[in-house]
Write a protein that binds this ligand. Structure first.
Ligand code: FES
Length: 119
């Protein structure tokens, strides 16, 4: 079975896990401060940032994108009012929002090495 190394920068712990494992399944075991609540992609409490290896994580689903959009609603409202929602969505898909790669731990699967931290 293929494996991936995930480093949790907040607790300085690196673990090797099977590919396809969700970040939340690992974070709670290593004591990372990545929070969670619903575990279903709805609440947005499990936000984390990817410090390295974003290309090794699953592509955000439409549910994850919607929750990320809602989380950043205040900022996004300004973009929407400027009538540029399409380019905003494109930018978020490139995962470079506000200079950070923001993802949801309950939705993100690992397919290769990465370094993550709570936001
Ligand atoms: S725990 Fe609620 S969105 Fe991830």
């Amino acid at each position: 079975m293929a494996k991936a190394k995930i480093k949790f920068a907040d607790v300085n712990v690196t673990v090797t896990v099977p590919v396809g494992t969700r970040i939340i399944e690992i974070s709670e075991k290593v004591g990372s401060y990545i929070a969670y609540n619903c575990r279903e992609g709805d609440c947005g409490s499990c936000l984390f940032t990817v410090l390295d290896g974003a290309e090794n994580l699953s592509t955000p689903s439409s549910l994850e994108e919607a929750t990320l959009f809602a989380h950043f609603q205040e900022v996004l409202d300004g973009w929407r009012s400027a009538g540029d929602l399409e380019s905003l969505q494109s930018m978020m898909r490139r995962e470079n929002f506000a200079g950070k790669t923001c993802r949801l731990a309950c939705q993100t699967q690992v397919f290769g090495d990465a370094t993550v931290a709570p936001i």
